[in-house]
Ligand binder design. Structure first.
Ligand code: C5P
Length: 230
């Protein structure tokens, strides 16, 4: 490798967020003085490590062009896809003429606005010499049950169970190939799963518990609380 390795961010932001029961996609809901997605993108920009940030946006989205950040020099808009993985692949393609195969890409949900520079830099620091890459994750403090309907079938060994967060950090070429090879597979719910199915072994890096994903209405108040206390 005789060229400099660059870091890119890809932000899937083309979901509707049905569980919020809101009048607009959850990334456009108000959180303090701006919207969820503006916080998310500001935090990625603040980290100061990315050459550009590709944001995947639904073609029917009237809110995105209204945000000043949509015109930011480091932000590239890509078309969203049917599933999250399709949106991520579209984001990768939008930087395909600039990124090298061995550059790193950090994929981060638009709906996780409490991400800290500390976690971004920790993920990069731990994984930058890794062959494959990996993800921020959290261990479980609760006992976890395997359930069918309302019947408990067993208890999982929680020493081996981690919750996958984002960012998820992989090499541009390897991630793109894995997402192309697994397109349409319903088991692909994050980037790591696309690589796992291909036989690669991504790593986990323990993240901060305040890096929550806005999913239900009460999560907005929780995100606001975390932001005020970070
Ligand atoms: O719905 P969920 O919270 O799991 O979505 C995670 C992220 O993926 C969100 O930021 C959402 O906007 C994005 N997404 C997407 N394209 C889809 C579905 C979800 O970019 N088709």
């Amino acid at each position: 490798m005789n060229h400099q390795i660059h870091f890119w961010a890809v932000v899937p932001a083309a979901g509707v967020g049905k569980r919020m029961n809101a009048d607009r996609p959850k990334q456009y809901l108000e959180l303090g003085d701006s919207t969820v997605i503006e916080h998310t993108l500001s935090r990625l920009l603040q980290a100061g490590v990315f050459s550009a940030i590709a944001v995947a946006i639904s073609e029917e989205d009237p809110y995105w062009p209204e945000l000043a950040l949509s015109k930011h020099e480091k932000i590239i808009t890509a078309p969203g896809g049917k599933e999250r993985a399709d949106s991520v692949l579209s984001g990768l393609k939008s930087i395909g003429d600039k990124a090298n195969d061995d550059d790193w890409v950090l994929v981060h949900d638009a709906a996780r606005p409490c991400l800290t520079s500390e976690d971004i830099l920790k993920l990069i620091d731990v994984l930058k010499n890794d062959e494959v890459g990996g993800i921020l994750a959290l261990s479980s403090h609760d006992t976890l049950k395997n359930v069918d309907g309302d019947k408990i079938l067993g208890t999982l060994d929680r020493r081996h169970i981690w919750r996958a967060l984002t960012p998820q950090m992989f090499r541009f070429g390897m991630l793109r190939a894995a997402l192309e090879a697994t397109a349409g597979d319903p088991r692909i719910t994050d980037e790591a799963s696309a690589l796992e199915i291909q036989g690669f072994v991504p790593k986990i890096v323990e993240g901060r518990p305040d890096n929550i994903k806005i999913t239900r209405p009460e999560d907005l108040a929780l995100a606001q609380f975390y932001m005020e206390h970070q």
